[in-house]
Design a protein around this ligand. Structure first.
Ligand SMILES: O=C(CO)[C@@H](O)[C@H](O)COP(=O)(O)O
Length: 219
């Protein structure tokens, strides 16, 4: 069995009381922090930028998994490394020269992630898989938290898992969007390693308990 991790997405946290939510994740069974950077161009929403990432990094005691939903991400690779990102994920759809971008991320000492939107085929990543540390399979159209999980994601995860096995790489599969206790188990059974959960965690009555429940589902 491969790694099975939970990464709460701070997009759904209380930004008026962010430190409280960061401390909650620190003390919980969660494995990573997931940070969504949206530019209002690649996706129809703007989330938060460098000053907020810096503030989060100051308090977060777990892996910082930064997901760039921005055009021309190469411009900011060094800046995110300096801010403390451990995993930096760019979108396949925003990179003219994906291999160069992956090398630049690794050159800054981070793990390189590549995200694909629901429409993008996992097979488009086949020739770069050995260089990719993590593939983020978006299970909603990127831009907003709280959307419904797209069922075709299970097929994409199985197909990606097959490719990873064929290529014999250590690439992790991350699922992002609409993750909850109903789909978590089936996702890891299909081959997912990292489950990002925003609304399901932060909008619940007891986020710490919800994280524990998700961990149990994927154990
Ligand atoms: O990147 C995104 C949305 O574009 C996600 O990371 C969301 O933050 C996940 O939120 P939920 O769907 O779990 O509410």
């Amino acid at each position: 069995m491969g790694k099975r991790l939970i990464a709460p997405s701070l997009l759904a946290a209380d930004f008026g009381n962010l430190q409280h939510d960061i401390e909650m994740v620190n003390a919980s069974e969660a494995d990573w922090f997931h940070l969504d950077i949206m530019d209002g161009v690649f996706v129809p929403n703007i989330s938060f930028g460098m000053p907020v990432v810096k503030a989060i990094a100051k308090h977060a005691k777990k892996t910082l998994d930064v997901h760039l939903m921005i055009v021309d991400p190469d411009r900011y690779i060094k800046e995110f490394a300096d801010l403390g990102a451990d995993v930096l994920t760019v979108h396949y759809e925003t990179c003219n020269h994906l291999n160069r971008t992956i090398q630049a991320i690794k050159g800054e000492g981070m793990k390189a992630g590549v995200a694909i939107t629901p429409h993008t085929s996992v097979h488009l990543l086949e020739d770069s898989l050995e260089d990719i540390d993590l593939v983020c399979v978006m299970s909603v159209n990127p831009g907003f938290g709280g959307q419904s999980f797209i069922e075709n994601t299970y097929n994409k995860v199985s197909a990606l898992k097959e490719l990873i096995e064929k290529k014999n790489t250590n690439t992790l599969i991350e699922i992002d969007g609409g993750v909850n206790a109903t789909n978590a188990k089936r996702l890891v059974e299909a081959g997912a390693n990292v489950l990002v959960a925003g609304s399901f965690v932060f909008k619940s009555e007891n986020p710490t308990l919800t994280i524990s429940e998700l961990k149990k589902e994927i154990a």
